[in-house]
Design a protein around this ligand. Structure first.
Ligand SMILES: [Zn+2]
Length: 472
């Protein structure tokens, strides 16, 4: 079914007629249709305008990409109906089907070419139709949110939606004055516009994976400051929040980041902050500015969730996964950062939390049913990658000792900064730093299912931090 487009001159086909034809999907084993081959995006420039009374998002997405081979067009992941498309300033045909948009190049483009694709749209992102899954766009009483994992971006802009294609972003969102519009990166400024509106201009100059981009519009209190080493901090708290537990936690972000720098090396982003909403959801490591639900602070201040999401700025956001099955490189490391934060706060050492976690999950518990490095989509965000990923890191620490272990983490963050990585690459890196073979350790803790046998489990009581670490 073709939908929405003024010009729909192209026929979508999974089997290319000739070599230059684009093919949808990158073939990720977990999400085969996510992302698109044949090009690499350098930059997204999103000029958006949102009207909360009608829930209509009007925008132009300008995508600067480089072709990786000869291409006659470009697929993007996009659930909203486009109205027009241009390539290098010329009107071109486009068509949409099943969450994919094909933009014709208007002729064959050689490999290595720099191409600018523009797509215009104006629609309610709550729009849905027979062939689309339920939108993850969330209209709220005071605005709207585009925050969800593992895939949200195709519900608000055309995108190469796979963590292996990171790009820089400029995002401008116009909203009625009196509303706030928050996104990733640095707030460059706000611009008054005609009709009582204000454009909020955000810029992300470090490469970002699409799944950690976000948009939040509504009533927010902003708190801005600067870290001791000059990085801007911008926190946004929904005015609907009750109590001060969220503020008491998220305002400590610079302190948490300083602690993590001591373990992982320099903070890889140019700014930091947090966004807190009153809605039910999971915390998400949206780049530079994690999104927290109020529920994360329902029993009082909780800096463990801050430690987790800020650790993702190194592991997950700077060092991104190459394919979804490697997600423990993101979640296992962020969970381990919580164990380190606990250790520093005298609420249980990483070893004690590891031992307790090991005891907590009996051998027949489902978390041992999969390999950490291949958790299946079912356990993508479960304990099988979070806790077991952290257990694998504790096993490595026990094996190689603190000095080698922390050098392994720091040099990994440095070597793979703003790039992508696989589990096999991490194992090879750990072996190189340790100067010895660690095959058996990685096979046991990362590449195999089943509860590993361990020599001694010493902890007999629950560490003080355990409940707050595992509150998701
Ligand atoms: Zn996480």
């Amino acid at each position: 079914m073709l939908s929405g487009l003024v010009v729909a001159a192209l026929v979508l086909s999974a089997t290319p007629a000739y070599a230059a034809d684009p093919r949808p999907g990158l073939g990720d084993p977990y999400f085969p249709s996510a992302g698109n081959e044949g090009y690499d995006v350098q930059h997204y420039d999103l000029r958006l305008s949102y009207e909360p009374t009608t829930d209509v998002l009007t925008g132009t997405a300008t995508i600067r990409l480089t072709t990786l081979r000869e291409m006659s067009g470009f697929y993007f992941d996009f659930w909203l109906p486009g109205r027009w498309a241009k390539v290098d300033g010329r009107d071109v045909g486009a068509a949409q089907h099943n969450g994919q948009m094909l933009v014709g190049a208007g002729g064959d483009v050689p490999a290595g070419a720099s191409v600018t694709v523009e797509v215009g749209y104006s629609v309610s992102p709550s729009w849905t139709h027979a062939e689309s899954p339920i939108t993850k766009w969330r209209q709220t009483a005071d605005g709207a949110l585009a925050i969800a994992a593992p895939t949200m971006s195709p519900w608000w802009y055309p995108v190469n939606d796979h963590p292996s294609d990171k790009a820089t972003y400029d995002v401008s969102i116009s909203v009625p004055s009196g509303m706030e519009a928050i996104s990733n990166g640095t707030l460059v400024g706000t611009e008054p516009q005609a009709g009582g509106r204000v454009a909020w201009n955000w810029s992300s100059d470090r490469p970002q994976a699409p799944h950690v981009t976000f948009l939040a519009m509504g009533q927010f209190d902003l708190r801005r400051s600067t870290t001791a080493d000059g990085k801007p901090v911008l926190n946004a708290y929904s005015t609907a929040l009750r109590g001060t537990a969220a503020q008491e936690s998220v305002e400590r972000t610079p302190e948490v980041v300083r602690f993590l720098e001591g373990k992982f090396g320099p903070y890889p982003m140019g700014e930091m902050g947090g966004l807190v909403t009153p809605f039910r959801s999971l915390p998400l490591e949206t780049q530079t500015r994690p999104a927290y639900p109020a529920g994360a602070f329902r029993d009082g201040p909780n800096t463990y969730v801050v430690a987790h999401e800020m650790a993702h700025q190194w592991f997950g956001n700077s060092v991104s996964i190459s394919r979804w099955s490697d997600i423990w490189l993101s979640e296992g490391f962020a969970t381990y950062a919580q164990w380190l934060w606990s250790e520093a706060n005298g609420e249980g050492t990483a070893r004690e939390i590891a031992d307790w976690t090991y005891r907590y999950y009996a051998a027949d518990h489902e978390i041992w049913d999969v390999a950490v490095a291949d958790p299946t989509t079912r356990y993508l965000y479960g304990a099988a990658v979070h806790e077991r990923g952290a257990l694998a890191l504790q096993a490595l620490r026990t094996e190689v000792g603190d000095e080698v272990f922390f050098r392994t983490l720091r040099t990994w963050a440095e070597r793979k900064a703003h790039a992508n990585a696989t589990s096999a690459e991490f194992a090879a890196h750990a072996e190189q730093v340790a100067g010895r073979d660690l095959d058996e350790l990685f096979r046991t803790w990362v590449f195999s299912a089943g509860k590993p046998a361990v020599a001694t489990v010493t902890t007999t009581r629950e560490p003080a931090s355990f409940d707050r670490i595992n509150r998701r």
